[in-house]
Design a protein around this ligand. Structure first.
Ligand code: E4P
Length: 218
């Protein structure tokens, strides 16, 4: 399973890219608003950092013509730009139009298997089931990953699943075990995935023992 970074913060993107663990970026209007910067400038800077890795950029129009117009403009920013569209009737129509033009799409705000199947049939490159927001309303978000994963695999659909709305590292492992192709994670989840108290204690112990070993320095 690949990892995408779910942020519009360029410092986080630089740091995670340097770690060598991320294969793409996802943004959304809330993440863009949080940074308080120009949308297009931010996307151009992200392209400068990650090159042609997939970068999801979301349209904010709610009608198909507006979505297509915005998406075509966004797609010109870089070869890795993926147009994120909401899982609505207009979003599906826009997905089909983008797919016919060879523009990649990420259908977002997916909360059921039927939505995921429709998005895949409309030609979505990626579908994003939101795990955390389902957990928030006392549904088991991971069940959706399991169902969508099975449907996509049984019917050999080319759409890739991005497990989204990931809140902690257990979500990442469960999504990987259930066959999600990708999990998009906030930077704090990458940090949490890296950490283990026994690693910290082990490094400290090795350093201390080395100090007492009377070896020549490197
Ligand atoms: C995914 O593409 C979304 O940007 C994101 O995962 C939403 O997560 P949230 O539910 O924590 O806002």
């Amino acid at each position: 399973m690949k990892l995408f970074l779910d942020t519009a913060n360029v410092n986080e993107i630089k740091e995670a890219h340097e770690l060598g663990v991320i294969s793409g970026i996802t943004t959304n209007p809330s993440l863009i608003a949080k940074e308080g910067r120009d949308f297009f400038e931010t996307l151009k800077e992200i392209v400068g950092i990650v090159g042609d890795l997939p970068i999801s950029a979301e349209v904010v129009a709610t009608d198909v013509e507006g979505m297509v117009q915005q998406g075509e403009k966004l797609a010109k920013i870089g070869s890795g730009i993926v147009i994120k569209v909401p899982m609505t009737a207009d979003g599906l129509k826009a997905t089909k139009r983008f797919s016919d033009q060879g523009i990649k799409t990420n259908v977002t705000l997916v909360f059921s298997s039927t939505q995921a199947l429709l998005a895949a049939r409309a030609g979505a490159t990626y579908v994003s089931p939101f795990i955390g927001r389902l957990d928030d309303i006392n549904q088991v978000g991971m069940n959706l990953i399991e169902e969508v994963s099975q449907i996509i695999s049984v019917h050999e659909l080319p759409t890739q699943i991005i497990a989204a709305s990931v809140r902690h590292s257990t979500h990442v492992i469960e999504a990987a075990l259930l066959g999600s192709h990708i999990a998009t994670v906030p930077f704090k989840v990458i940090e949490a995935m890296m950490k283990h108290p026994l690693t910290d204690a082990g490094v400290e112990r090795f350093m201390k023992d080395w100090e007492g070993a009377n070896q020549k320095t490197f």
